[in-house]
Design a protein around this ligand. Sequence first.
Ligand SMILES: Nc1ncnc2c1ncn2[C@@H]1O[C@H](COP(=O)(O)OP(=O)(O)OP(=O)(O)O)[C@@H](O)[C@H]1O
Ligand SMILES: [Mg+2]
Length: 179
Amino acid sequence: MKGNEEVVKLVNISKRYYLSSSVYVDALINVNLSIRRGEIAIVMGPSGSGKTTLMNIMGTLDKPTSGRVIIDGVDVTDADEKYLTRFRLERLGFVFQQYNLISQLTALENVMLPMLLTGRYTKDEAREKARLLLELVGIGEFANNRPSQLSGGQQQRVAIARALANDPSFIIMDEPRAP
Ligand SMILES: Nc1ncnc2c1ncn2[C@@H]1O[C@H](COP(=O)(O)OP(=O)(O)OP(=O)(O)O)[C@@H](O)[C@H]1O
Ligand SMILES: [Mg+2]
């Protein structure tokens, strides 16, 4: 695989939120953005400037009002939710501010879950890869802890390991600071 492909391309993206039939907020106006494989892009701006809106659109969690969203060369702007659910599972990684770990599962099981959902890994393969990912982010020794038995920073690293589980094209992190 070449190293310089565009993994994200946003073309003239606008997002208008309607608060009522006549009151609206233009959260994004004609945004053009290209991110290539291996690049790290940081979005900075004041509260309310549209950062989360931008990331939700980039992550196919929300649709733009106008413009095109192209991920890995695939135009996903009009794709339906069923397609996008699979697309996100296989190609994107998310680390949310609240990490969204599953509290009943151990760190290891949280990281295994996206792999098992694809049907592409046996349980043993998923367990092995999850162990490696937890070691990679420096918390291999906490594999059997549940989220409530981990510090905020350790939970964050579980979330990062989980985001990497299916070798995504890119990872989206919205204010992923450790508490
Ligand atoms: N679901 C929504 N309905 C209506 N307006 C919204 C909605 N989501 C966001 N907005 C508005 O869109 C604008 C951009 O919001 P967004 O959450 O993208 O900002 P942000 O840059 O992530 O801010 P913060 O730094 O506070 O997280 C804001 O004016 C916000 O009020
Ligand atoms: Mg935000």
